[in-house]
Design a protein. Structure first.
Length: 235
């Protein structure tokens, strides 16, 4: 037997009893790790239910009137505009084509809730005056969450091209709002642990801790196995 044959090690085709025991130990620890990772994800999928944000409920309460155009009151248009701003505030998560529809709908709502003498300012590119007027029209205050929505207006308003809500927006808006305002939630996502939602703590911290623990377990068990099989590593 040559030196190459004597020291050849194949994890997937172990020859010696020590190698077989080592492969079995590693496989068991890997299974524990896989169950901890993917089992939890499957559990999340199994127990979660779609839960809408309040903004989604607000949108649904005014949408039937908005989509009819003529029946929408000032209060309805204000609520509708605020829901558009709430989704646009998610910025990074919102797809560009969805942003375009949301901005179009917001600008249309602002145009629609103003007097005829003021409406022409929204038919041109937004400026400081039209942004200020939009804020007044929507009824945004200067503090709290309203201030955040006011800050969003300069990047959210666009020139009004049509004085009516486009068919594309009428078709797409309900699904867009559902996409960004309905989330899967359960006791695993609502329960707080060490200051974090449990599912976040589990994936961000516990799985790292578990990996280190499994490494320590392997180190202890492989030392015990080496003694059991009189396996001596060369130094």
């Amino acid at each position: 037997m040559t030196n190459h044959e004597q020291y050849e090690v194949n994890f997937f085709r172990p020859l010696s009893e020590h190698a077989k025991a080592n492969t079995k130990l590693i496989s068991r620890l890997a299974i524990i790790w896989a169950v901890a990772v993917f089992g939890f994800h499957f559990l999340l999928i199994l127990v979660t239910t779609p839960t809408p944000e309040q903004t989604f409920n607000d949108f649904n309460s005014v949408w039937p009137q908005v989509v009819e155009d003529v029946s929408a009151t000032q209060d309805v248009n204000q609520q509708f505009a605020k829901t558009m701003l709430m989704v646009l505030g998610k910025n990074i998560a919102v797809q560009d084509e969805h942003k375009a529809i949301l901005k179009e709908s917001l600008s249309w709502a602002v145009y629609n809730m103003n007097a005829d003498s003021i409406k022409p300012m929204f038919l041109t590119e937004p400026n400081n005056e039209s942004i200020r007027q939009a804020s007044v029209s929507i009824g945004l205050a200067s503090d709290g969450f309203d201030k955040i929505m006011k800050d969003l207006l300069p990047s959210s308003l666009i020139k009004v091209e049509n004085t009516f809500l486009s068919n594309e927006a009428k078709i797409a808006l309900p699904e867009i709002m559902k996409l960004y305002l309905v989330h899967n939630q359960s006791f695993l996502t609502d329960f707080m642990f060490l200051g974090f939602p449990f599912h976040y703590w589990y994936t961000a911290q516990f799985l790292l801790i578990l990996f280190v623990i499994l490494c320590l377990i392997y180190a202890v068990l492989i030392d015990r196995m080496n003694r059991e099989y009189d396996f001596i590593e060369e130094t």
